[in-house]
Structures are given as structure tokens and as C-alpha cells.
Ligand binder design. Sequence first.
Ligand code: SF4
Length: 245
Amino acid sequence: MRRNKGLAVTALLSAFLVLSGLAALALWLLTRGGRVLQFLLSATILAVLSALLVGVGALGLSFIFSKPLPGMEKLANWAVRFLYPVAQRLCRLLGIGTDALAQSFIAMNNRLVRLRAQSCRPEKLLLLLPHCLQWSQCTHKLNTQAEGCMDCGRCQMGQLLTLACEYGIRLALSTGGTLARKEIAQLKPQCVVAVACERDLLSGIIETPLPVMGVLNQRPQGPCHDTRVDLPQIRSAIELFLSGR
Ligand code: SF4
């Protein structure tokens, strides 16, 4: 996935600066309040801003040194979750498409997952696929493990099932973000390779406390309809988790 990872980092840093400015304004407005209130509010704002700065700084340093900073993973993830909605609004204001930011964020996430190099046994790796990969005219009803597919070749479902079988990993089909989260809660994987559009991948990566390699789907027929995916990209994501390299 060749996307501009710099956009995500820049947007997160800008979000941090905007929040810092708002915090400074709030403090200035409170200068007429009681001293205890001023102290408590200043201490809280300072603590939150410091944690955000360390979190985003840890992300930036991970990229610069091409390795994750030990012990900073949770703080960095929290900072991203906190700042992303602000970054999204900033991008909208500046006329930068939210898909571009999401693509950049997904590329950044994938790079971090690669740097963290977490290995996983095949039975603990989940390949999570959207239903829209199934050919829209297919008459076969697939269950959540895509069983029922006859591998007729009209869509890639049969090839994806073969791929999952080849590596001995689990496969789940979902029709949206909520169901995907339910699948993850039920199957309890350690790592996930997820295929989806920008919006679903983004929310999945932000909300799932697991390493997720995101692979964007291709939409030659428009959104949510006869979508496709780059199979070599899926294979490479699977091998990354199974080998831990
Ligand atoms: S490959 Fe499977 S899911 Fe796709 S059209 Fe054929 S039977 Fe249906």
C-alpha cells in the first residue's frame, strides 16, 4: 500500500497543536476563577497534553528509528485514538479528503505493525473479510466462515478460502464494523488481517486493541458491490504475522 504516511503524522501533530491552543485559551478564560480551580484545571490539561505529546512523539520516533519504542505502545495508541477525530475535522476544514487521511493512517498503522513484528500461531490469526467480496449475483448462501462457497471463480471468495486453508488460519465474513467487532470478540484472535474500505478499516484499527494489518479493498463497481482485493498483499500480511518478521 503506497500511501503518504506523513499526512497522518502531520494531521495528528496539527490536532495536538490545535488542542494545546484551545487548552491555553480555556486557561486564560479561567484566570478570573478561584486559585484551586485554576490549579486543578491546569494540572489536568498539562497531564493530558503531556501524555498526548509523548504518545505522538513515540510514534514519530518509531518511524525515524524504524523500531518501536519499548513500553510506549499503549500510550501511542491512546494518543492516536484521542487525536484522530480532531485531525479528521482539521483535514475537512483544509479540504483534504477524509479517505486520504484514512489511507495514510492505515499505511502508518501497517508500518507500525511491521515494526512491532508480533508473531502469532495460525489458529490465532484471523482473516476478516467483508461480505461485498462475494459476487452480488451468487446464489449460494455463505455462513460467517464463508462455508457454502463453490469456488466457481466468479469472485475471489474461493481463492481466499483456499488461502486460509493453506495457512491453517481462521476466516470470518462480516457485513460491517459492528459485526466485525462481534466476530473478534467471539473468536478471540491474537492478530488480524482485515480487508475493508477506508472507513471500516479505520474504525476497526482504532477500536481493536489487537495488531491489525489493514488491506484496502478495490471497488471497480463502486462501493459495497462486487469488490476485490489484492491477494499477494493478503498473503504477505499473513506471512508477516506467522513469521513474526
Ligand atoms: S466463488 Fe463462491 S462466493 Fe464467489 S460467486 Fe462463486 S460460489 Fe459464489
